[in-house]
Each structure stands twice: as C-alpha cells, then as structure tokens.
Design a protein around this ligand. Structure first.
Ligand SMILES: C[S@@+](CC[C@H](N)C(=O)[O-])C[C@H]1O[C@@H](n2cnc3c(N)ncnc32)[C@H](O)[C@@H]1O
Length: 346
C-alpha cells in the first residue's frame, strides 16, 4: 500500500503500520516525528549529498531529498525485500541517486556530506564506516535502550562491550543513554583522527538520536553517579558519557527557522527545539519530580512550583524534553530538596 509521509509517497507493507518489527520491510509510522526533525536538521546543515545507510523503505533519504533540495542520495539496505520496495519508492518520488543492495559496511564507497545510520538496535557496528565516509555530518540513531538503560546484568554487560560504558538504571536513564551514545560516537571519530561534536541530540519514542558535526570539538567525557536521590558528576558511576552540551544553539535555531513546512508535528518540533535549547549549559542529568518525591516519601510537588522556587532563588531551572515530569537545574541538590512538600528530610 502507498502512504503519504509529509513530502514522500511511500510503498510500505500494510502490516508494518501496526507492527513494523515483524513486517518483511520495516516502516514505523511512529518515527515520523524523528524523521521530520531530522529533515529540518539536514536543511540546517546545508548538506547536498547524503547516504541513507540503512534505508528500509527509504522514508528518510527520500524525505531528506525532497524537502531539502539535495543533489543526490544513495540508499543502502541488506534486505532484498526492502531493496525491491526501496527502488520503487526512489523512482516514484523521482529521487536522484543509487540504491545499493548489501551490508552497509561493505557497500559504502563514496563520501557524502551527510551519512545517516538508522539501524535496528545499536549503531556501533556501523560507526567507523559512517565517519570514514562523512564529509560534514553523521546522524546516528540507537534503539537498543534495553542495553543502554537496563537494570539487568546481562544487558549491562552488552552495554559495556558495545558502548564501552557503564549504564545506570535510574529515573534519568534515557538522558544517560543518549550521553553514552554521543560519547561512543565521538570516541570512534577521534580514533579515526577526526574531530566531532553533537549539534542536535534527543530522545524520542524509544530511540536516542545524535547528529554530529565533523571537524570541530574536543572530548567532553565524564561519569554521573546517583545515590537514589541525588545525582552528580563524579569520578565513577554511569559512563564514560558525554557531559557537555548535546546540541548547538545556532544549529537548533536554524532548525527552528526552517520549521514552517507545515509538518504534522510542527508544534511538537517547535516545543522540543525550545526545550533542547533550555537544557544547554546545565548538568548532564535531570530530576523526575515523581521519582524524587517517591524517594523521599512525600507527595509530588507541582513542577511549576519547583521551577519558580528555584528561579526565584537565582538558579537556572527548566523543563526537559525527556519527560514532562522532569526538571533540569544548576541549583545544588539541597535547594531542590527544600522545595519538596513538607521540606523532605535529607
Ligand atoms: C530500522 S530499519 C531502518 C528504518 C528507516 N531508516 C526508516 O526511517 O524507516 C533498519 C534497516 O537496516 C537494514 N539492515 C540491517 N542490517 C544491515 C546491514 N548490515 N547493512 C545494511 N542494511 C542493514 C534492515 O534490513 C532494515 O531495513
């Protein structure tokens, strides 16, 4: 069947609309927000050539091409069923470029302004080739949050092996997962003699995504510890993970400027970009007020009350894109604790 996703007309398997993971060709309509925000990022990057590395139906590469006036997109997929559908979609949408059937690592030969890696699970096996063939930007999605956030020993072991980092199951695991992913990407780039820094990174719908700009940036790695109540940057704990900013303010604003294409998710994207900008310059963790009040055995305070209390005391305090229940602040933990109902005991 044919579906319309923003600019693109895509032939997809009907069953994928309900259960993308069991369809013979993957297409997940719930990732439209991610694809739309990513397409704005392609526009903001000024990229002209792009490799959609693990394309499935081609939804990303086709949209990126149509919505950003790219010169050409090459598509790669190892699944022959996907390639068949993909060829039809590329033709239907009049995209200039090649469709390559085969493994990403074995098939990518040329260099591109932007290399997109959107695999099932971890992107780790594809990072080296992605960086080697990117001239300006690498865009990486990871959906293996079960490894990046897990409380289970076996999963944690996978995280150590795949990402070279200690995960932590806690109320702000998704932020740590994103930071572990970014640190891993930068480490791979550095190991190839390249510099890279994140310009847009976010967590959305069981996926973490980071877009890295090549040619600039220095490693900003560290660890985050958590004692069940208080989080802090420390010498050990979860990590090594990225403790610097996850986005670049100029890049976010460029995306926001382009966000007038009439996307179905325009409002949500605008809100997310604003939240991401608010998070810049703040510590690499956040507090879920529900979890925090639970840890102290007190009722959950209103988020607005805590935010106002912290701001009135002269601290920065913002909402986060990770969760509507969470706040991020540069205030010492004691200041947050004092704003919990009944002045929670320490
Ligand atoms: C999550 S899907 C991609 C989704 C797509 N980017 C989208 O937005 O709809 C991952 C795709 O990677 C393909 N794949 C898996 N391993 C691969 C490999 N080693 N090389 C190339 N493609 C691979 C799968 O066939 C699948 O189509």
């Amino acid at each position: 069947m044919i579906v319309r996703e923003e600019s693109a007309q895509l032939a997809v398997e009907k069953s994928s609309l309900k259960d993308p993971f069991h369809a013979s060709v993957f297409y997940n309509p719930r990732m439209q927000f991610n694809r739309s925000l990513s397409s704005l990022a392609v526009g903001a990057s000024g990229a002209k050539t792009l490799c959609d590395g693990l394309s499935a139906s081609g939804a990303r590469g086709i949209r990126y091409f149509l919505e950003n006036g790219l010169e050409g997109v090459d598509f790669v997929d190892a699944n022959p069923d996907a390639v068949k559908l993909l060829r039809g979609n590329v033709e239907r949408n009049r995209v200039s470029g090649n469709v390559l059937e085969g493994g990403f690592n074995e098939s990518v030969r040329k260099n591109y302004d932007w290399v997109e890696v959107d695999p099932f699970g971890s992107p780790a096996p594809f990072l080296e080739i992605a960086f080697q063939h990117a001239k300006k930007f690498v865009s990486i999605t990871a959906t293996d949050l079960a490894n990046l956030c897990s409380a289970h020993k076996n999963r944690q072991e996978v995280c150590r092996r795949v990402y070279g980092a200690e995960p932590l199951h806690c109320p702000f695991s998704h932020e740590l997962a994103l930071r572990i992913l970014v640190a891993k990407c930068v480490r791979v780039a550095n190991s190839l003699g390249l510099k890279a820094r994140p310009v847009l990174s976010f967590y959305w719908g069981h996926a973490t995504k980071t877009i890295l700009k090549l040619g600039e940036g220095a490693p900003e790695e560290g660890f985050v510890s958590f004692d069940g109540k208080e989080a802090r940057v420390s010498r050990k704990g979860a990590g090594p993970l990225w403790v610097g900013d996850l986005c670049d303010v100029g890049f976010l604003r460029e995306c926001a400027k382009l966000n007038c294409r009439g996307y179905a998710d325009e409002k949500k994207i605008a809100e997310t970009l604003e939240l991401l900008e608010g998070e810049l310059g703040l510590p690499p963790f956040h507090y879920d007020l529900h979890a925090l009040s639970g840890a102290f055995g007190v009722p959950t305070p209103k988020k607005e009350v805590v935010l106002r209390g912290l701001r009135d005391a002269g601290w920065r305090a913002v909402e986060t894109h990770y969760s509507p229940r969470a706040i991020k602040t540069d205030a010492p933990f004691e200041e947050i604790r004092c704003l919990l109902p009944g002045r929670a005991p320490s």
